[in-house]
Design a protein around this ligand. Structure first.
Ligand code: UTP
Length: 325
């Protein structure tokens, strides 16, 4: 089965990291975000992916082709006009009678996709959230979706649509998106996939939901770090580094160099990074980054970035109290 993976967005909430890297190539727990997603998809039997690229798309294309042997089609979305528009861009590559799996390129999930892909009705991955105003939500009745609402101002349901969609047939989805585009129907300035799916429901298409308990957002610095923390719990223990203290869970690339360092917990250290006389916890340190004489926590250090503090030489007397900022 084919999967459609939209990754054309600019990832503005993850600047400055996304100035030089597409969001989906940011490292979380030792692998780019999209690497975690691809591994799940391939394990579920996906053998073809249509990837919608835009901002820094060449880098995504190169990375995917280098690391995965499945068939890829890369489709350009020249203007970011919304998710429905992104899906519209790949219409020439989709047979309207075939089923489709759509997964957002910035959402790592942990769910058994096999029953989902065998579903006889279209079905959307959902999860209960406390504040549904940031999400598209599903209002259900008797196990079926009665209505979908994109980012509701007043709470109508706390079942958020998490970014995993299974469509029994591509045709009706494309008819709905065509209607949105022809009539310029946008919500919050974009052609929304939620609105296209709502049109399908109004046209009589049946939708069910499936629970996605493992849903790890990577869209903002704080969620990237919390996803890093959760995924590291599954990582193999690091090898010992003489003269260093490793507080698991961590991921330390084999080519990283540690000298007199304390690493972890919840920390990823990228390829060829050098950590010297420093402490890094709850952090992601990029490839070839250099960290010295400093204590970092809750930090994201980009690739090739360098940060160092000053080791202090002090001579203070009894009962002194000094705080160094
Ligand atoms: P987001 O709304 O998170 O957008 O899109 P973004 O650009 O990645 O991040 P911010 O909001 O600027 O920080 C969710 C997913 O849908 C894709 C994005 O690439 C991301 O994987 N998308 C969104 C598209 O491919 N095209 C669009 O027009 C909109």
């Amino acid at each position: 089965m084919k999967a459609i993976i939209p990754v054309a967005g600019v990832g503005s909430r993850l600047r400055p990291h996304t100035f030089s890297h597409p969001k989906v190539l940011l490292n979380v727990a030792g692998k780019p975000i999209i690497g975690h997603i691809m591994d799940e998809l391939i394990a579920a039997g996906i053998d073809e992916a249509i990837v919608i690229v835009g901002y820094l798309g060449d880098m995504v294309e190169e990375w995917l082709k280098k690391h995965y042997g499945i068939k890829f089609t890369f489709v350009q979305q020249p203007e970011r006009l919304g998710l429905a528009h992104a899906i519209w861009m790949c219409r020439p590559y989709v047979d309207e009678n075939e089923p489709l799996l759509i997964i957002l390129g910035d959402t790592i999930f942990d769910v058994d996709l096999n029953p989902v892909m065998q579903s006889t009705v279209s079905t959307l991955g959902v999860r209960e959230v406390e504040d549904p105003r940031r999400f598209g939500v599903a209002v259900t009745e008797g196990g079926r979706i009665a209505r979908l609402v994109e980012k509701p101002d007043t709470p109508v349901s706390n079942l958020a649509i998490v970014g995993l969609y299974f469509l029994r047939q591509a045709g009706p989805l494309y008819s709905s998106i065509e209607h949105l585009i022809n009539h310029e129907i946008k919500t919050k300035g974009e052609y929304q996939l939620t609105d296209a799916l709502q049109l399908m429901i109004e046209g009589g298409e049946e939708f069910s939901t499936f629970p996605v308990n493992g849903w790890y957002d990577c869209g903002k610095p704080e969620t990237l770090l919390s996803t890093n923390e959760i995924l590291l719990r599954r990582a193999a223990p690091a090898k010992p580094y003489p003269g260093c203290v490793i507080n698991e869970p961590v991921y330390i690339a084999a080519t990283a160099r540690l000298e007199n360092a304390i690493i972890g917990p919840n920390t990823t250290i990228g390829e060829n990074a050098v950590i010297k006389d420093a402490i890094a916890r709850d952090s992601i340190i990029g490839n070839s980054a250099r960290v010295a004489h400093i204590m970092l926590h809750g930090s994201i250090v980009g690739n090739n970035a360098s940060i160092s503090g000053n080791p202090h030489e002090i001579n203070i007397g009894d009962y002194s109290e000094i705080r160094i900022g």
